[in-house]
Design a protein around this ligand. Structure first.
Ligand SMILES: [Zn+2]
Ligand SMILES: [Zn+2]
Length: 406
């Protein structure tokens, strides 16, 4: 197998100029969740140039974005009849790019600020590599280009699963480029890897009035302040220090726009992250308890709209072992690390609910170039392109290692 990984590494590095050019092209033309029409055109066009790649389906969720394709190996043996899926997300974000680079976004207010441009270019490059190595694997590799990972409310992965994108698949692999890890690092993690994302809106309604006469009003800001501090006790006093959870209030807005009016209502928004299971249920229930208690105390009406968006990403241990071995064979021990638990969320978790799955992280933050160390989703986000080949190599290396395993 090591000979094959050696070849994959060589191909991935050899394709680097095309890979970077493709990433830049995706970067110039970002599209929002469920609107990735030109992006899907471009993916289809690129896959059409690769021998042995067959498009299975274009268009998911009732629209025309997203695509699945397959590439079959020609070897007979261990993996015959098996199918491994490789996934890339394809959407961008409603962010106005501030980078002054040749490849900056040409669409006002939309930007690839999470690295999904690099994911797409990496997976297309992996398809090119796999096409060169068809004699060296048996079974099938399915390429999954998923729309709307960033959507939250209607993530693409759930829709793809419901619409059969993983039918016949035995395992799935995905990765994310992260500026928060040093350039060149490749990280694996068995078991819990990323947290679930729950989001909630709380609308507090009282009775508005003059700022000079609070006794005639029912002030909803008091309920908002009480909620803001009470909700944090769910972490500090009702969650064990050994458990993983975070609650953040991220938005507060009142119906009053000036100093001498007590508002009629206050709206708060926030997010709760856990590893799912009993703790997720417990925190949601406790939040409802706090809301009803404060409503009673303050005479306000409080309505909590609590929604569970993405479950936690839990990596299959056996697949993660295959990933780790492939990564070590491709990049050597100094580049490969066990990842800490990442408190961000990924809708890749919906795949893991139906087939064994593992999710890797690849560092693209080059400390010597501060531009590549900006937070994801920020207007100055960029990545170290010299690491993109690692993503492509990891896709191909994982697929072949899985299929060729007896
Ligand atoms: Zn993102
Ligand atoms: Zn992302």
């Amino acid at each position: 197998m090591n000979g094959t990984l050696e070849k994959i590494r060589g191909f991935a590095q050899g394709y680097e100029p095309e890979l970077v050019a493709l990433r830049r092209d995706f970067h110039r033309h970002p599209e929002l969740s469920w609107e990735e029409f030109k992006t899907t055109d471009r993916i289809e066009e690129e896959l059409g140039k690769i021998e042995g790649v067959k498009v299975l389906r274009r268009g998911f969720g009732g629209g025309d974005s997203g695509l699945t394709a397959e590439i079959a190996g020609k070897k007979t043996g261990a993996g015959t009849g098996r199918c491994v899926a490789l996934r890339s997300d394809i959407d961008a974000l409603p962010v106005q790019e501030e980078n002054d680079v040749e490849y900056r976004s040409q669409t006002d207010g939309v930007m690839h600020a999470c690295g999904h441009d690099g994911h797409m270019a990496g997976l297309i490059t992996a398809a090119r590599i796999l096409s060169q190595l068809r004699e060296e694997f048996s079974g099938t590799v399915r390429l999954v280009f998923e729309p709307a990972e960033e959507s939250g409310v209607r993530g693409g992965a759930k829709v793809l699963v419901e619409e059969g994108a993983l039918d016949g698949v035995d395992a799935i692999f995905g990765l994310h480029l992260f500026t928060t890890y040093p350039a060149g690092q490749v990280l694996y993690r068995s078991g819990p890897c990323m947290t679930s994302a729950d989001g909630w809106d709380l609308v507090i309604t009282g009775r508005g009035g003059h700022g000079s006469a609070p006794e005639l009003a029912i002030d909803p800001t008091i309920a908002a302040f009480m909620f803001g501090s009470a909700v944090q006790t769910l972490i500090s006093r009702e969650t064990s220090p050994r458990e993983t959870a975070v609650i953040s209030v991220t938005s507060i807005e009142t119906s009053s726009k000036t100093r001498n009016i007590i508002p009629e209502s206050v709206k708060l928004m926030g997010a709760t992250r856990t590893l799912g299971g009993e703790l997720q249920d417990r925190l949601e229930a406790a939040m409802r308890r706090i809301v009803s208690g404060i409503a009673q105390t303050t005479r306000c009406t409080m309505e909590l709209d609590y929604r569970r968006f993405y479950p936690a990403v839990i990596n299959d241990p056996a697949l993660t072992e295959i990933l780790k071995d492939a990564a070590l064979g491709l990049f050597g021990p100094e580049a490969v690390k066990e990842a800490p638990l990442n408190m961000v969320s990924e809708d890749f978790s919906f795949y893991g609910a139906v087939v064994p799955a593992t999710f890797a992280q690849v560092g693209v933050g080059d400390l010597s170039r501060p531009a590549t160390c900006c937070p994801h989703h920020s207007a100055t986000f960029d990545l170290d392109e010299s690491q993109l080949w690692r993503g492509a190599a990891l896709h191909a290396g994982f697929a072949l290692s899985f299929l060729n395993k007896a």
